[in-house]
Design a protein around this ligand. Sequence first.
Ligand code: TXA
Ligand code: MG
Length: 319
Amino acid sequence: MATIGQDINIARELLEQGMLVAIPTETVYGLAANALDGNAVAAIFAAKNRPYFDPLIVHVPSFAHAKKYIHDIPPVAEQLARTFWPGPLTLLLPKNEMIPDLVTSGLDRVGIRCPSHPLTLALLDKLVFPLAAPSANPFGYVSPTTAQHVQDQLGGKIQYILDGGPCTVGIESTILGWEDQHPVVYRMGGVSLEQLEAIVGAVKVHPHSGSRPQTPGQLESHYAPHKEFVLGDLGQLIAQNTFQKPGILAFQKEVPGIDKSYQRVLSPSGDLKEAAQNLFSMLRQLDGMKVDGVLAEEVTPVGLGRAINDRLRRAATKR
Ligand code: TXA
Ligand code: MG
């Protein structure tokens, strides 16, 4: 099992040796390695069982650092970074040769962001290289929002988990790039469409694509629990007897007639920030319960709610 601790010097030493370290960010925990070292990056794909066609996000301590690895930066990209970094926004920009092709799966653009977490920022400041880091979960499963989540699934494959407490945002970063100079959102996340549009004007949200997606986080089935997971109107799903013994993921209130210990409520007050913080953790709890399957409902589709609903839909079992 991995050691869980808060020592950035241990994390630094391991990373300098080309090893993997799990790191906290405000969104989800990442499985990090030296982004400039092809062998270290390859180890990330192996540990996650991740297909090589799915590129990795590169983490930097500031926009000034990002500039070392990208070019043809639209002025608005810098403005976005000034506004949202450190924070849950990943920018897709043309990479230079310092970034190995493996990081971007051969694509010309690299996804780059500055995470907002004091431990990880302090670590990045000490390193002379940026960190490639996907979410620290086996490919396709729910993302981790605590050090223990990482331990449960990848603890056997890494030496150290830097523990920064529970993630404050709880869903992954928003991914934004440009096509013919038009801003395109490839993944909804911690920065809402409304927040982006206030700065860049109308954005396109990239529709889901098929077998070799531009952004594999957009694969239709992703973030998936192991149990059957059905999304819809909770009252109807229960009336239809979808499962003999269901677990429930509700937005604001428990449903009557079902044992409360098999129910989780994302946010009793309807606060989408709180709902996002709880989402992955509650999905994991429900996945571990003695239930036949999980029934869930969507949240209010504004702000962070869109990103939450996106994850719920991708978590849903295709029947
Ligand atoms: O919040 C986050 O973004 C977290 C934390 C750890 O930073 N990271 C994360 O990484 O969610 P991951 O690998 O689980 O998801 C990254 C998504 C993938 O769907 C990947 O396909 C897409 O970003 N992506 C990364 N680089 C890309 C690129 N160059 N072009 C297109 N999509 C890219
Ligand atoms: Mg992921």
